[in-house]
Design a protein around this ligand. Structure first.
Ligand SMILES: Nc1nc2c(ncn2[C@@H]2O[C@H](COP(=O)(O)OP(=O)(O)OP(=O)(O)O)[C@@H](O)[C@H]2O)c(=O)[nH]1
Ligand SMILES: [Mg+2]
Length: 372
């Protein structure tokens, strides 16, 4: 018995020493620039890449300072204004009338409003405020049943995914003392131009990671050689995170209105996953906007079978519909893919999924350096 105890404590000591040695080597590995694990975010426009980058800042870095939050104020007000402009244009397309003809003047005020310029380095329009007339016009329009009907039918004219959130928060957002919250910032929409890099340390200090938002507009029509040409700018990428917006299943592309948005993403995924440039990368698939997808499948009556005629599952069943889309995406490639359903605006969800993705990357690194 005594001997057994001694050998167990011996084993324990040995394991502890080995674990400490692995931790030391991993920390050393993580501090070298050449050991940064680069993860490249790719996907069609508006799939949620920049939202994931914002979440990396919230989860792994210092988050948003008060000043940074405030700097989003003009963008969010502009998003609100342009969403209302877009809704009014959509009403024209769908021949939906304003409920109250008195709101025609409100519509004119909004449609003729100049876009709000985002903050530049030399400028500080953090405290940009809409005029009282514009705020009243926005509020009156949001109360109009015609506008609400058009928002519900937003998928028919590409209304952006954050429009409803912004309209529902209209009074708070247009208040004189409005200070954007992190939730608001995650809903803000600015098209990315140029590469955005975000560095952070994950997996208890063992993995130095750089997430790259390529800021390139890719579609299924982008030729393979163009993809390869662009990707040469990104050396030593460990993994590609391909982001797909699930909520696009019932939407058409803005530029080519005969192409379904989800089909477009599936086709782009086929191209990316078969591109020779990414042959040695981990291929991670984020099927994003699960929150909106759930709402649509459960309540919108826009059943998946209307857009994918080979879907034979039951209506209003989120899991079956989501798995059908996952299988469709996985069927376009032969290579191993790590698929995840995700809601990029939900910090807890992103954290849990990212941890598991980064653990795979870490495991690969460890295997490479024969630490295990
Ligand atoms: N409700 C909801 N909205 C989301 C989600 N992910 C992203 N969005 C919203 O979708 C919009 C587009 O997201 P972005 O992160 O800017 O998309 P992107 O892929 O970076 O777009 P580009 O820069 O044009 O390529 C933003 O308004 C986000 O707030 C999600 O999971 N749920
Ligand atoms: Mg972006």
């Amino acid at each position: 018995m005594g001997a057994k105890c001694t050998s167990m404590s011996g084993n324990y000591k040995e394991a502890k020493l080995r674990s400490e040695e692995i931790d030391r080597q991993l920390n050393q590995f993580a501090t070298q620039e050449s050991n940064v694990s680069k993860m490249l975010l790719l996907g069609t426009g508006e799939s949620g890449k920049s939202t994931l980058v914002k979440q990396m800042k919230v989860i792994y870095n210092e988050g948003f300072s008060d000043e940074e939050l405030l700097s989003f104020r003009p963008t969010i007000l502009d998003n609100l204004l342009s969403s209302m402009k877009y809704t009014l244009a959509g009403m024209g397309l769908l021949r939906i009338r304003l409920e109250s003809s008195r709101n025609k003047s409100a519509a004119k005020i909004i449609l003729s409003h100049e876009p709000i310029r985002p903050v530049s380095e030399n400028e500080t329009n953090y405290h940009y405020t809409l005029s009282e007339t514009t705020i009243k016009a926005l509020q009156a329009l949001w109360k109009d049943k015609g506008v609400r009907t058009a928002v519900i039918r937003g998928h028919e004219y590409e209304l952006n995914d954050s429009a409803l959130y912004l309209f529902e928060n209209i009074d708070r957002i247009t208040a004189e003392k409005y200070e954007p919250t992190v939730r608001d910032v995650l809903r803000a929409r600015v098209r990315t131009n140029g590469v955005i890099e975000t560095d952070f340390i994950a997996c208890q200090g063992a993995l130095r990671t750089r997430v790259l938002d390529a800021g390139i507009s890719l579609t299924s029509a982008t030729p393979q050689w163009t993809i390869a040409k662009w990707m040469r700018c990104f050396e030593d990428v460990k993994g590609v995170i391909f982001v797909v917006s699930l909520s696009g299943y019932d939407m058409l592309k803005q530029t080519e209105p005969n192409i379904n948005r989800l089909q477009d993403s599936i086709e782009l995924f086929r191209k990316i996953s078969s591109n020779r440039y990414f042959q040695n990368c981990l291929m991670i698939l984020f099927m994003n906007k699960m929150d909106l997808f759930r709402q649509k499948i459960l309540y919108s009556k826009r059943h998946l079978r209307y857009y994918f005629s080979d879907f034979k599952g039951p209506d209003c069943n989120v899991d079956t519909a989501a798995l059908f889309i996952q299988n469709r995406l996985l069927s376009v490639t032969q290579r191993p893919v790590f698929p995840h359903f995700i809601t990029a605006v939900d910090t807890a969800d992103v954290k849990a999924i990212f941890e598991s993705v980064l653990n795979i990357v870490l495991k690969r690194n460890v295997e490479k350096y024969e630490l295990i």
